[in-house]
Write a protein that binds this ligand. Structure first.
Ligand code: AMP
Length: 380
Protein backbone atom coordinates (compact mmCIF):
# COMPACT_ATOMS: atom_id res chain seq x y z
CA UNK A 1 0.00 0.00 0.00
CA UNK A 2 3.09 2.12 -0.49
CA UNK A 3 3.22 3.74 2.92
CA UNK A 4 5.73 2.55 5.54
CA UNK A 5 4.19 0.48 8.35
CA UNK A 6 5.43 -0.29 11.87
CA UNK A 7 7.55 -3.26 10.75
CA UNK A 8 9.52 -0.94 8.46
CA UNK A 9 10.93 0.92 11.47
CA UNK A 10 13.51 -1.81 12.14
CA UNK A 11 14.82 -2.63 15.60
CA UNK A 12 13.07 -0.41 18.13
CA UNK A 13 14.62 -1.74 21.33
CA UNK A 14 15.26 1.22 23.66
CA UNK A 15 14.42 3.64 20.85
CA UNK A 16 12.34 6.74 21.57
CA UNK A 17 9.23 6.74 19.41
CA UNK A 18 6.90 9.72 19.05
CA UNK A 19 3.34 8.60 18.26
CA UNK A 20 0.74 11.06 16.95
CA UNK A 21 -2.61 9.51 17.90
CA UNK A 22 -6.17 10.76 17.70
CA UNK A 23 -7.03 10.92 21.41
CA UNK A 24 -9.59 13.66 20.85
CA UNK A 25 -12.17 12.19 23.23
CA UNK A 26 -15.25 13.97 24.61
CA UNK A 27 -14.63 15.08 28.21
CA UNK A 28 -17.46 15.65 30.67
CA UNK A 29 -17.11 17.85 33.76
CA UNK A 30 -19.52 17.56 36.72
CA UNK A 31 -20.53 20.45 39.01
CA UNK A 32 -17.47 19.80 41.24
CA UNK A 33 -15.12 20.10 38.30
CA UNK A 34 -14.41 16.36 38.23
CA UNK A 35 -13.76 15.13 34.73
CA UNK A 36 -14.63 11.85 33.05
CA UNK A 37 -13.97 10.59 29.56
CA UNK A 38 -17.48 10.37 28.06
CA UNK A 39 -16.47 7.93 25.32
CA UNK A 40 -13.10 6.16 25.18
CA UNK A 41 -13.59 4.71 21.64
CA UNK A 42 -10.73 6.72 20.14
CA UNK A 43 -8.30 5.83 22.95
CA UNK A 44 -9.13 2.13 22.63
CA UNK A 45 -8.68 2.32 18.87
CA UNK A 46 -5.19 3.77 19.41
CA UNK A 47 -3.94 1.08 21.81
CA UNK A 48 -2.88 -1.71 19.40
CA UNK A 49 -0.10 0.50 18.02
CA UNK A 50 1.07 1.50 21.51
CA UNK A 51 1.07 -2.13 22.67
CA UNK A 52 3.04 -3.30 19.64
CA UNK A 53 5.68 -0.61 20.15
CA UNK A 54 6.00 -1.48 23.84
CA UNK A 55 6.42 -5.16 22.96
CA UNK A 56 9.33 -4.18 20.72
CA UNK A 57 10.99 -2.48 23.68
CA UNK A 58 10.39 1.08 22.45
CA UNK A 59 9.93 4.07 24.74
CA UNK A 60 6.67 5.63 23.66
CA UNK A 61 5.61 9.28 23.79
CA UNK A 62 2.03 9.92 22.73
CA UNK A 63 0.77 13.24 21.42
CA UNK A 64 -2.67 14.43 20.32
CA UNK A 65 -5.05 17.34 20.37
CA UNK A 66 -8.37 17.59 22.19
CA UNK A 67 -11.00 20.06 21.00
CA UNK A 68 -10.23 23.49 19.60
CA UNK A 69 -8.24 25.46 22.19
CA UNK A 70 -7.03 27.76 19.36
CA UNK A 71 -3.37 28.01 20.31
CA UNK A 72 -3.88 28.78 24.04
CA UNK A 73 -3.54 26.55 27.10
CA UNK A 74 -6.99 25.96 28.61
CA UNK A 75 -7.58 23.63 31.56
CA UNK A 76 -10.77 22.14 30.10
CA UNK A 77 -8.81 20.81 27.10
CA UNK A 78 -5.95 19.36 29.13
CA UNK A 79 -4.69 15.90 28.22
CA UNK A 80 -4.50 15.06 31.96
CA UNK A 81 -7.55 12.72 32.01
CA UNK A 82 -6.25 10.90 28.93
CA UNK A 83 -2.75 10.67 30.45
CA UNK A 84 -4.26 9.15 33.60
CA UNK A 85 -6.24 6.60 31.56
CA UNK A 86 -3.20 5.59 29.49
CA UNK A 87 -0.71 5.48 32.35
CA UNK A 88 -3.08 3.31 34.40
CA UNK A 89 -2.55 0.70 31.66
CA UNK A 90 1.01 1.52 30.56
CA UNK A 91 2.95 3.42 33.26
CA UNK A 92 6.00 3.88 31.03
CA UNK A 93 4.17 5.78 28.27
CA UNK A 94 4.52 9.57 28.26
CA UNK A 95 1.57 11.67 27.11
CA UNK A 96 2.35 15.21 25.94
CA UNK A 97 0.05 18.15 26.65
CA UNK A 98 -2.58 19.11 24.06
CA UNK A 99 -0.73 19.94 20.82
CA UNK A 100 -3.17 22.72 19.98
CA UNK A 101 -2.20 24.68 23.11
CA UNK A 102 0.69 25.79 20.90
CA UNK A 103 -0.24 27.89 17.83
CA UNK A 104 2.69 26.19 16.08
CA UNK A 105 0.65 22.99 15.76
CA UNK A 106 -2.05 24.28 13.44
CA UNK A 107 0.40 26.79 11.90
CA UNK A 108 2.81 23.96 11.04
CA UNK A 109 5.63 25.98 12.59
CA UNK A 110 9.14 24.55 11.97
CA UNK A 111 10.26 25.52 15.49
CA UNK A 112 7.38 23.57 17.02
CA UNK A 113 8.26 20.56 14.86
CA UNK A 114 11.81 20.66 16.30
CA UNK A 115 10.35 20.74 19.83
CA UNK A 116 8.23 17.70 19.04
CA UNK A 117 11.03 15.58 17.61
CA UNK A 118 13.72 16.51 20.17
CA UNK A 119 15.25 13.30 21.50
CA UNK A 120 13.05 11.05 19.32
CA UNK A 121 14.41 8.28 17.07
CA UNK A 122 11.28 7.47 15.07
CA UNK A 123 7.77 8.75 14.41
CA UNK A 124 4.45 6.96 14.03
CA UNK A 125 1.29 8.57 12.66
CA UNK A 126 -1.78 6.77 13.94
CA UNK A 127 -4.08 9.82 13.93
CA UNK A 128 -6.31 9.05 10.96
CA UNK A 129 -8.87 11.64 12.08
CA UNK A 130 -6.24 14.43 11.83
CA UNK A 131 -4.21 13.20 8.85
CA UNK A 132 -6.09 15.39 6.37
CA UNK A 133 -4.56 18.41 8.10
CA UNK A 134 -1.06 19.64 7.28
CA UNK A 135 -0.41 20.38 10.96
CA UNK A 136 3.03 20.30 12.59
CA UNK A 137 2.60 16.96 14.37
CA UNK A 138 1.29 15.29 11.19
CA UNK A 139 3.58 16.48 8.40
CA UNK A 140 6.58 17.79 10.43
CA UNK A 141 8.26 14.75 12.03
CA UNK A 142 8.35 12.65 8.81
CA UNK A 143 10.65 15.27 7.28
CA UNK A 144 13.32 14.32 9.82
CA UNK A 145 12.64 10.90 11.39
CA UNK A 146 12.13 7.39 10.03
CA UNK A 147 8.34 7.20 10.08
CA UNK A 148 5.47 4.78 9.73
CA UNK A 149 1.71 4.49 9.79
CA UNK A 150 0.35 2.95 12.98
CA UNK A 151 -2.13 0.08 12.89
CA UNK A 152 -5.23 2.27 12.91
CA UNK A 153 -4.08 4.61 10.15
CA UNK A 154 -2.85 1.70 8.03
CA UNK A 155 -6.20 -0.09 8.36
CA UNK A 156 -8.22 3.03 7.49
CA UNK A 157 -6.05 3.58 4.44
CA UNK A 158 -6.24 -0.05 3.36
CA UNK A 159 -10.04 -0.12 3.64
CA UNK A 160 -10.87 3.28 2.17
CA UNK A 161 -8.28 3.20 -0.63
CA UNK A 162 -9.42 -0.38 -1.30
CA UNK A 163 -12.94 0.91 -2.00
CA UNK A 164 -11.51 3.08 -4.75
CA UNK A 165 -9.30 0.39 -6.25
CA UNK A 166 -10.93 -2.97 -6.28
CA UNK A 167 -14.34 -3.17 -4.61
CA UNK A 168 -16.45 -6.34 -4.87
CA UNK A 169 -19.45 -5.57 -7.04
CA UNK A 170 -22.15 -4.46 -6.95
CA UNK A 171 -20.73 -1.51 -5.02
CA UNK A 172 -23.46 0.70 -3.52
CA UNK A 173 -22.72 4.10 -1.94
CA UNK A 174 -25.33 5.77 0.28
CA UNK A 175 -24.64 9.45 0.78
CA UNK A 176 -26.72 11.76 2.95
CA UNK A 177 -26.35 14.71 5.27
CA UNK A 178 -27.23 18.35 5.35
CA UNK A 179 -25.33 20.19 2.65
CA UNK A 180 -24.80 18.95 -0.87
CA UNK A 181 -21.94 21.47 -1.22
CA UNK A 182 -20.02 19.56 1.52
CA UNK A 183 -20.45 16.25 -0.28
CA UNK A 184 -20.22 17.22 -3.96
CA UNK A 185 -16.54 16.33 -4.27
CA UNK A 186 -17.31 12.93 -2.74
CA UNK A 187 -20.31 12.39 -5.01
CA UNK A 188 -18.30 13.35 -8.07
CA UNK A 189 -15.47 11.02 -7.04
CA UNK A 190 -17.79 8.09 -6.29
CA UNK A 191 -20.24 8.31 -9.18
CA UNK A 192 -17.85 6.70 -11.65
CA UNK A 193 -16.68 4.07 -9.15
CA UNK A 194 -19.96 2.70 -7.78
CA UNK A 195 -22.70 0.63 -9.38
CA UNK A 196 -25.41 2.55 -7.53
CA UNK A 197 -25.44 5.87 -5.75
CA UNK A 198 -28.25 6.36 -3.21
CA UNK A 199 -28.90 9.93 -2.11
CA UNK A 200 -30.76 10.95 1.04
CA UNK A 201 -30.76 13.69 3.68
CA UNK A 202 -31.39 17.35 3.06
CA UNK A 203 -28.94 17.25 0.15
CA UNK A 204 -31.39 15.05 -1.77
CA UNK A 205 -33.67 18.07 -2.24
CA UNK A 206 -31.14 19.81 -4.48
CA UNK A 207 -31.13 16.64 -6.62
CA UNK A 208 -34.94 16.57 -6.59
CA UNK A 209 -35.00 20.23 -7.64
CA UNK A 210 -32.61 19.29 -10.49
CA UNK A 211 -35.15 16.65 -11.56
CA UNK A 212 -37.78 19.38 -11.76
CA UNK A 213 -39.55 18.60 -8.48
CA UNK A 214 -40.90 21.22 -6.13
CA UNK A 215 -39.04 21.18 -2.81
CA UNK A 216 -41.15 23.62 -0.74
CA UNK A 217 -39.11 25.02 2.16
CA UNK A 218 -36.75 22.03 2.33
CA UNK A 219 -33.09 22.83 2.83
CA UNK A 220 -31.62 23.03 -0.65
CA UNK A 221 -28.85 24.82 -2.50
CA UNK A 222 -30.00 26.47 -5.75
CA UNK A 223 -26.43 27.21 -6.85
CA UNK A 224 -25.65 23.47 -6.82
CA UNK A 225 -28.56 22.37 -9.00
CA UNK A 226 -26.31 22.34 -12.08
CA UNK A 227 -23.74 20.07 -10.39
CA UNK A 228 -26.51 17.72 -9.25
CA UNK A 229 -27.93 17.63 -12.76
CA UNK A 230 -24.50 16.66 -14.13
CA UNK A 231 -24.34 13.75 -11.68
CA UNK A 232 -27.88 12.65 -12.61
CA UNK A 233 -27.02 12.86 -16.33
CA UNK A 234 -23.68 11.06 -15.97
CA UNK A 235 -25.21 7.76 -17.02
CA UNK A 236 -24.57 6.22 -13.59
CA UNK A 237 -27.37 4.64 -11.60
CA UNK A 238 -28.32 7.38 -9.13
CA UNK A 239 -31.31 6.76 -6.86
CA UNK A 240 -32.99 9.88 -5.49
CA UNK A 241 -35.89 9.84 -2.97
CA UNK A 242 -39.34 9.31 -4.44
CA UNK A 243 -41.17 10.34 -1.27
CA UNK A 244 -40.49 12.29 1.92
CA UNK A 245 -41.66 12.73 5.48
CA UNK A 246 -42.66 16.37 5.65
CA UNK A 247 -43.57 18.93 8.30
CA UNK A 248 -45.27 22.34 8.03
CA UNK A 249 -42.62 25.06 7.96
CA UNK A 250 -44.23 26.75 10.98
CA UNK A 251 -43.53 23.62 13.14
CA UNK A 252 -40.33 23.11 15.10
CA UNK A 253 -38.17 20.02 14.78
CA UNK A 254 -34.95 18.71 16.32
CA UNK A 255 -33.65 16.69 19.25
CA UNK A 256 -36.32 16.25 21.92
CA UNK A 257 -38.97 18.31 20.10
CA UNK A 258 -42.49 16.90 20.38
CA UNK A 259 -45.01 18.28 17.95
CA UNK A 260 -47.14 17.73 14.89
CA UNK A 261 -47.10 14.36 13.14
CA UNK A 262 -44.97 14.01 10.06
CA UNK A 263 -46.85 13.53 6.78
CA UNK A 264 -45.79 11.36 3.89
CA UNK A 265 -45.61 13.03 0.51
CA UNK A 266 -44.60 11.85 -2.99
CA UNK A 267 -41.84 13.41 -5.15
CA UNK A 268 -42.90 17.04 -4.65
CA UNK A 269 -42.80 18.88 -1.33
CA UNK A 270 -45.64 21.42 -1.23
CA UNK A 271 -45.09 25.09 -0.44
CA UNK A 272 -45.17 25.74 3.30
CA UNK A 273 -43.58 22.34 4.10
CA UNK A 274 -40.10 20.97 4.62
CA UNK A 275 -38.86 17.50 3.71
CA UNK A 276 -37.07 16.08 6.75
CA UNK A 277 -36.70 12.35 6.08
CA UNK A 278 -36.96 9.85 3.25
CA UNK A 279 -40.41 8.23 3.01
CA UNK A 280 -41.45 4.54 3.08
CA UNK A 281 -41.24 4.01 -0.69
CA UNK A 282 -37.73 5.41 -0.76
CA UNK A 283 -36.75 3.23 2.20
CA UNK A 284 -37.97 0.16 0.29
CA UNK A 285 -36.16 1.28 -2.87
CA UNK A 286 -32.89 1.81 -0.97
CA UNK A 287 -33.28 -1.46 0.99
CA UNK A 288 -33.56 -3.33 -2.31
CA UNK A 289 -30.34 -1.78 -3.63
CA UNK A 290 -28.52 -2.46 -0.35
CA UNK A 291 -29.65 -6.09 -0.19
CA UNK A 292 -28.02 -6.80 -3.57
CA UNK A 293 -24.69 -5.15 -2.72
CA UNK A 294 -21.32 -6.82 -2.17
CA UNK A 295 -19.66 -3.60 -1.04
CA UNK A 296 -21.38 -0.71 0.76
CA UNK A 297 -20.17 2.75 1.67
CA UNK A 298 -22.45 4.85 3.87
CA UNK A 299 -21.83 8.46 4.81
CA UNK A 300 -24.41 10.86 6.21
CA UNK A 301 -27.93 10.48 7.68
CA UNK A 302 -31.06 10.14 5.53
CA UNK A 303 -33.01 12.70 7.54
CA UNK A 304 -33.15 14.67 10.77
CA UNK A 305 -32.57 11.48 12.75
CA UNK A 306 -32.08 13.41 16.01
CA UNK A 307 -35.89 13.92 15.94
CA UNK A 308 -37.78 10.63 16.39
CA UNK A 309 -40.38 11.64 13.81
CA UNK A 310 -37.65 11.80 11.16
CA UNK A 311 -35.33 9.00 12.26
CA UNK A 312 -36.94 6.05 10.49
CA UNK A 313 -35.10 6.59 7.22
CA UNK A 314 -31.67 6.66 8.84
CA UNK A 315 -32.32 3.73 11.21
CA UNK A 316 -33.90 1.59 8.46
CA UNK A 317 -30.83 2.16 6.31
CA UNK A 318 -28.57 1.40 9.29
CA UNK A 319 -30.37 -1.91 9.79
CA UNK A 320 -30.28 -2.76 6.09
CA UNK A 321 -26.52 -2.10 5.97
CA UNK A 322 -26.00 -4.17 9.14
CA UNK A 323 -28.12 -7.06 7.80
CA UNK A 324 -26.32 -7.20 4.49
CA UNK A 325 -23.51 -9.71 3.86
CA UNK A 326 -21.60 -7.05 1.94
CA UNK A 327 -18.29 -5.58 3.05
CA UNK A 328 -19.70 -2.47 4.73
CA UNK A 329 -17.88 0.76 5.47
CA UNK A 330 -19.51 3.55 7.46
CA UNK A 331 -17.85 6.97 7.38
CA UNK A 332 -17.44 8.82 10.67
CA UNK A 333 -19.73 11.44 12.16
CA UNK A 334 -23.52 11.15 12.19
CA UNK A 335 -23.87 7.85 10.33
CA UNK A 336 -21.44 6.18 12.72
CA UNK A 337 -23.41 7.70 15.63
CA UNK A 338 -26.67 6.28 14.20
CA UNK A 339 -25.09 2.82 13.88
CA UNK A 340 -23.85 3.07 17.46
CA UNK A 341 -27.22 4.29 18.79
CA UNK A 342 -28.95 1.36 17.08
CA UNK A 343 -26.46 -1.06 18.69
CA UNK A 344 -25.32 -2.26 15.27
CA UNK A 345 -21.60 -1.43 15.41
CA UNK A 346 -20.51 -5.07 15.49
CA UNK A 347 -22.46 -5.77 12.28
CA UNK A 348 -20.42 -3.29 10.25
CA UNK A 349 -17.18 -4.41 8.58
CA UNK A 350 -15.39 -1.10 9.08
CA UNK A 351 -16.51 1.91 11.14
CA UNK A 352 -14.19 4.74 10.22
CA UNK A 353 -12.77 6.83 13.07
CA UNK A 354 -12.44 9.99 10.98
CA UNK A 355 -15.23 12.03 9.41
CA UNK A 356 -13.41 14.73 7.44
CA UNK A 357 -10.40 12.50 6.86
CA UNK A 358 -12.46 9.65 5.42
CA UNK A 359 -14.27 12.05 3.06
CA UNK A 360 -11.01 13.58 1.86
CA UNK A 361 -9.33 10.19 1.38
CA UNK A 362 -12.27 8.97 -0.72
CA UNK A 363 -12.33 12.22 -2.71
CA UNK A 364 -8.61 12.52 -3.41
CA UNK A 365 -7.24 9.03 -2.79
CA UNK A 366 -4.58 10.51 -0.51
CA UNK A 367 -4.05 12.68 2.59
CA UNK A 368 -1.26 15.11 3.60
CA UNK A 369 -0.31 12.78 6.47
CA UNK A 370 0.02 9.77 4.16
CA UNK A 371 2.05 11.73 1.60
CA UNK A 372 4.41 12.85 4.38
CA UNK A 373 4.99 9.25 5.49
CA UNK A 374 5.72 8.18 1.93
CA UNK A 375 8.48 10.81 1.66
CA UNK A 376 10.01 10.13 5.09
CA UNK A 377 13.60 8.89 5.50
CA UNK A 378 13.80 5.09 5.60
CA UNK A 379 15.67 3.01 8.16
CA UNK A 380 18.97 1.82 6.66
P1 AMP B 1 -23.79 16.24 7.74
O1 AMP B 1 -23.03 16.85 8.88
O2 AMP B 1 -23.66 16.97 6.45
O3 AMP B 1 -23.56 14.76 7.59
O4 AMP B 1 -25.35 16.44 8.10
C1 AMP B 1 -25.92 15.87 9.23
C2 AMP B 1 -27.12 16.69 9.63
O5 AMP B 1 -28.01 16.78 8.55
C3 AMP B 1 -27.90 16.08 10.76
O6 AMP B 1 -27.80 16.93 11.87
C4 AMP B 1 -29.32 16.01 10.24
O7 AMP B 1 -30.26 16.45 11.17
C5 AMP B 1 -29.31 16.95 9.06
N1 AMP B 1 -30.32 16.60 8.05
C6 AMP B 1 -30.47 15.42 7.43
N2 AMP B 1 -31.53 15.45 6.61
C7 AMP B 1 -32.09 16.68 6.72
C8 AMP B 1 -33.23 17.31 6.14
N3 AMP B 1 -33.99 16.68 5.26
N4 AMP B 1 -33.46 18.60 6.48
C9 AMP B 1 -32.69 19.24 7.36
N5 AMP B 1 -31.60 18.69 7.96
C10 AMP B 1 -31.31 17.42 7.65
Amino acid sequence: MNIPVLEDLGDLKNKNVLVRSDLNVPLRYDEHGNVTIADDFRIRASLPTVEWLLEQGAKVTLCSHIGRPKGKAQAKYSMAPVRQYIQAKYPSVSVMENLRFNPGEEGNDPGFVQELIAGQDAYVDDAFGASHRAHASIVGPPRFLPSAAGRLLAREFEVLAGLLEDPKRPFVAIIGGAKVSDKLALLEAMVSKVDKLLIGGAMAYTFMAAQGHRVGDSLFEPDRIESCRRILDSGASVLVPVDSKILASSERFGRGVIGAEALVQGGDVPDGYRGLDIGPETIALFQGAIAGAKTILWNGPMGVFEDQRFSEGTFSIARAVADSDAFSVVGGGDSAAAIDEAGLSSEISHLSTGGGASLELLEKGDLPGLAALRDAPRVK
